[in-house]
Design a binder for this molecule. Structure first.
Ligand SMILES: [Cu+2]
Length: 116
């Protein structure tokens, strides 16, 4: 039941992005992140390594108050713009490989998407 609602909300988010508050749970609620989603929180990408199937779309969401970016270390995918709080960035991975990325504002912030 609740699982169906969560999926419906995700579909709406994917389409518009204007309903972010609809699924924002109370602070401290440890909801597991949606599949193929990377949260930016406390100057970290979580999960730091995400493994997805070929063709998957990956979404980053900035949960910090600071702006962050998502930039491929090797130019393997298009860079995001600076993401403000709760901004999202999506990209689709159509080839297998290991994609390392970082935040240009805070280069110590790194993460990896493994596509297979
Ligand atoms: Cu950053």
């Amino acid at each position: 039941m609740s699982r169906r609602i969560v999926h419906a909300a995700c579909a709406l988010l994917a389409l518009g992005g204007g309903m972010a508050t609809a699924i924002a749970g109370p602070a401290g609620h440890a909801a597991s992140p949606a599949a193929n989603q990377i949260e930016i929180r406390n100057f970290m990408f979580t999960p730091k390594t995400l493994t997805v199937p070929v063709g998957a779309k990956v979404t980053w969401i900035n949960r910090d108050e600071e702006p962050h970016t998502v930039v491929s270390a090797n130019g393997q995918f298009a860079p995001s713009r600076a993401l403000d709080s709760n901004d999202r960035y999506e990209t689709r991975f159509s080839k297998p490989g290991t994609y390392t990325y970082y935040c240009t504002v805070h280069p110590f912030m790194t993460g990896t998407v493994v596509v297979k």
